[in-house]
Design a binder for this molecule. Structure first.
Ligand code: PLP
Length: 395
């Protein structure tokens, strides 16, 4: 076993702070006992705040994929058409899931180097004169490419087209790291997971549900049982779950909510922007290219870096793991072996970022990747207090 702490710098699961691990390290409680309603109720209230909603939130003991399925299974009927924007690997997986549920996924192919094109979504909706499209599905932060989509712009395009489809947004890798506003942006179903900005281990996922989505669930005919929002009325009304909840993860969630409130969500978002700006300064100094080609779309959560032509990202990542005990994210499907991903999210600070970037720079050297040295120095410069305001600006 290597000495010291492993550097887990994939874009989720993110590092779980000791405070959260301590909060989980408790005897399992009776989930039907007198104290549990308070635990469940606090978690739901906190999650409403983080989603930016006064509407209902549902918590599943499941990974994010479960909450994707829940969003569709509760609101759609067999054969319904869903318009899905392929920002990258995760958007493509969501479309595949929709197909497996018996939905007709109409996919707008993106270039995997930018966020969703709201105008293209608006155009597809305008062409849908018979109203076959029942939902528009967008991934807010595409974890495979490091591109953020402008959800308010998607909502505006839907409104301009006068289309009644539901808007569903995957916030699995953006929630509590990138500003998000379920109510203000008119999102009908938001989907998230515990293992990224919320700083928890994997195992919880969420739906935030608008009244319109709730109404759609009343007539939606896809079969559902475990995911049924109706069955999940208990936690909202009494704090008790219809089945055994992930009790210790709920302790952890409540601790995470306290931590996020103490730092303040705006400060959390600014910190993510600063670390992303410093990472990009490093990539630029190395002479490498960021996969997301549109600067305004670049993610505060992760940076996907393109390898020089003919060099293997996976070989480089293997060297970094072997020499420096650091895990970096791999390239997924279309960009497999072509990119590596640096996670800079969750419980993270300036020196953790410097350690991460030092590891990347040493790994680039050791693996013989064509680059210029000086990335870490450029990032350190960006992290200096005098540059703080510029680095914390919008991505
Ligand atoms: N959507 C996005 C944007 C993700 O990043 C992930 C996982 O990384 C998923 C969906 C799938 O979530 P899970 O692996 O928790 O099922």
């Amino acid at each position: 076993m290597p000495s010291g702490r492993h550097f887990l710098q994939i874009p989720g699961p993110s590092n779980v702070p000791d405070r959260i691990l301590r909060a989980m390290d408790r005897a399992v409680t009776d989930h039907r006992g007198p104290n549990f309603a308070e635990i469940g109720g606090k978690a739901l209230e906190g999650m409403r705040e983080i989603f930016g909603t006064r509407e209902r939130v549902v918590i599943y003991p499941a990974s994010g994929t479960g909450a994707w399925e829940a969003a569709l299974a509760n609101t759609m009927s067999p054969g319904d058409r869903v318009l899905m924007y392929e920002t990258g690997h995760f958007a493509a997986l969501w479309a595949r899931l929709a197909g497996k549920l018996g939905l007709d996924a109409q996919v707008i192919k993106g270039d995997w180097r930018s966020g969703a094109d709201a105008a293209a979504i608006g155009a597809a909706l305008s062409e849908d004169r018979s109203g076959r499209i029942k939902a528009v599905c967008v991934v807010h932060n595409e974890t495979s490419t490091g591109a953020v989509s402008d959800i308010a712009a998607v909502r505006a395009a839907m409104d301009a087209a006068g289309h009644p489809a539901l808007l569903m947004v995957d916030t699995i890798s953006s929630l509590a790291s990138v500003p998000y506003a379920h109510d203000e942006w008119g999102v009908d179903v938001s989907i998230s997971g515990s293992q990224k900005g919320l700083m928890l281990p994997p195992g919880l996922s969420f739906n935030a549900i608008s009244k319109k989505a709730e109404a759609a669930a009343g007539s939606a005919a896809l079969p559902r049982s475990y995911w049924d929002w109706e069955e999940m009325k208990g936690p909202n009304e009494t704090g008790y779950f219809p089945y055994t909840p992930a009790t210790n993860l709920l302790y952890a969630l409540n601790e995470a909510i306290d931590m996020l409130r103490e730092e303040g969500l705006e400060a959390v978002f600014a910190r993510h922007r600063r670390h992303a700006a410093a990472t990009r300064a490093a990539v630029e100094a190395w002479g490498l290219e960021v996969l997301c080609a549109v600067p305004a779309d670049r993610s505060p959560v992760l940076t996907a870096v393109m390898m020089p032509q003919g060099q293997s990202a996976d070989d480089f990542r293997a060297v970094t793991l072997k020499h420096y005990d650091m895990s970096l994210g791999n390239g997924l499907s279309k960009v497999a072996d072509r990119v590596f991903r640096i996670g800079h999210l969750g419980d993270f600070n300036d020196l953790m970022l410097c350690g991460t970037l030092a590891g990347v720079e040493m790994g680039l050297r050791d693996a013989g990747v064509r680059h210029r040295p000086g990335g870490l120095a450029a990032a350190m410069d960006m992290l200096a207090p005098a540059r703080r305001q510029a680095a914390e600006g919008r991505p």
